[in-house]
Design a binder for this molecule. Structure first.
Ligand code: PLP
Length: 445
């Protein structure tokens, strides 16, 4: 990779990466011909792998028909069909969907729909959205206000109204048993306490990722948590919004992760795996009563130029068809169980591998200097950066974050596309083990 290659692009940092040439299935190749296994599906996006023929064909067909129809001028069959499919997959009583170009836009849409619903009901005192710390809900200012991740939010705090946060239920850090229903109740009680502290009449919604994304590293809620949260929201007239931007789309073995607990939200958002990287697409679905109240009160005061883009919707529909026809959610469960077991096995070899967690192929592991106290590795080791690089050099892509929120540690997401086979799992483990071996020379636990 040339550090001096000139570019007219900029992203978050000056950090440069090889130029992508092509991608097929779980593999990607750079222009130098080096092959990478996409062990994080990009940023947990490319759920069905790259260059899927069914999706490419559906997009080609749509492109030949039309690539854009502005919503004030035309409806499109592609958007209509995807909305019908979304309604079929969403909990009962959510018959309509609203499309966006990504996760942040979908979260913004959910917050605005919730607020307009409250106003339509004459409940305009309600505006606060409680969320968790840490959490990530998007980069736009509205989504950022409900994001609990300080490096992203701090520079902009003066520009956003403060929104209340409660701790994410990280039982493994607090020494609590995640299987014990008392643990779920303990963390859910924090929501009730926050609602009472702030004044229930001011609380619009609680926004939660059913299974945590990158900010918590595939955090699975403790037993009873999701159900208790639903009950608390109902008790105080607070809308429950599920952010399934990362956990939705089949990666966990269910189309929506909340299905694992049989809990239905009032509003849900999904993106990443929804069109699986074939096109920028997100969606919001809400209970019919909410949509009707807002539309009857004069309309949803919100929209995006690219909402319901037919090419993106055709891609999204074909992605879901592929997941269903190839039974890919069952494969996510099978391969997820195998990969999780193999990640657990790393603990025997490396003392510094801490918690391993996740469901299906939404998996993560944490590095620690003490597995009992979960004390993180020294910050100077920059594990989140170094280990990813060591894997990358070996042709394995994984995704890392420094965990925040009263705990400053390193976690790594291992989330290959849900088309992964046992051979791919073995290849991931071989390269990951070699990278950890190289990293272990830096660690003195
Ligand atoms: N919500 C969650 C849970 C996410 O993981 C993300 C992105 O990582 C977002 C929202 C924002 O999505 P986007 O980056 O597509 O705007």
């Amino acid at each position: 990779m040339s550090e001096h290659r000139k570019s007219h692009l900029f992203y978050q940092t000056r950090h440069r990466r090889p130029v992508l040439d092509q991608a097929r299935g779980v593999y990607m190749w750079d222009v130098e011909g080096k092959r990478y296994l996409d062990g994080s599906s990009g940023a947990m996006v490319c759920n069905i792998g790259h260059s899927n023929p069914r999706v490419l064909e559906a997009m080609r067909r749509q492109m030949e028909k039309s690539t854009f129809g502005y919503r004030l001028h035309f409806e499109t069959e592609a958007a209509e069909q995807l909305a019908a499919k979304t309604a079929e997959l969403a909990p009962d009583g959510m018959e309509r969907a609203f499309f966006t170009s990504g996760g942040s836009e979908a979260v913004e849409s959910a917050i605005k729909l919730a607020r307009q619903y409250a106003v339509a009901r004459g409940d305009s005192m309600r505006w606060k959205v409680i969320s968790r710390f840490p959490s990530y809900h998007g980069a736009t200012l509205g989504a950022l206000a409900v994001t609990g991740y300080s490096p992203m939010t701090v520079p902009f705090e003066a520009m956003m109204r403060p929104m209340p946060k409660i701790p994410a239920p990280r039982a493994y850090l607090d020494g609590l048993d995640p299987e014990d229903i008392a643990t779920g109740r303990h963390y859910a009680a924090m929501l009730e306490q926050k609602i009472l502290e702030e004044g229930p009449e001011t609380i619009l919604a609680f926004l939660v990722e059913p299974i945590g994304g990158a900010s918590t590293g595939a955090l699975v809620p403790p037993a009873g948590y999701m159900q208790a949260v639903r009950e608390i929201c109902d008790r105080y007239g607070v809308l429950l919004i599920h952010d399934e931007v990362m956990s939705g789309g089949g990666r966990t073995g269910k189309f929506f992760a909340a299905e694992h607990w049989n809990v239905a939200p009032d509003i849900l958002v999904v993106s990443k795996g929804f069109a699986a990287g074939y096109a920028p697409l997100g969606a919001m679905a809400a209970r019919d009563e909410i949509v009707d109240a807002v539309l009857d009160a004069g309309g949803f005061i919100h929209g995006y130029t690219y909402a319901g883009n037919p090419l993106a919707c055709a891609a999204g529909l074909a992605v879901i068809e592929e997941i269903e026809s190839e039974d890919l959610m069952a494969n996510a469960t099978r391969m997820g169980n195998l990969l999780k077991q193999r990640l657990e096995g790393l603990k025997q070899r490396f003392d510094f591998v801490g918690d391993v967690r996740g469901v299906g192929l939404l998996l993560a592991f944490e590095l620690v200097s003490d597995r009992v106290t979960m004390k993180p590795l020294q910050r100077e080791l920059m594990a989140y950066d170094r280990l990813v690089e060591m894997a990358y050099q070996r042709g394995l892509i994984i995704y890392s974050r420094r965990t925040r929120g009263g705990y400053d540690g390193d976690h790594f997401m291992v989330c290959p596309p849900v088309i992964a086979t046992e051979t791919h799992v073995e290849e991931i483990m071989e390269n990951l083990t070699a990278a950890l071996e190289e990293f272990s020379a830096l660690v003195s636990v």
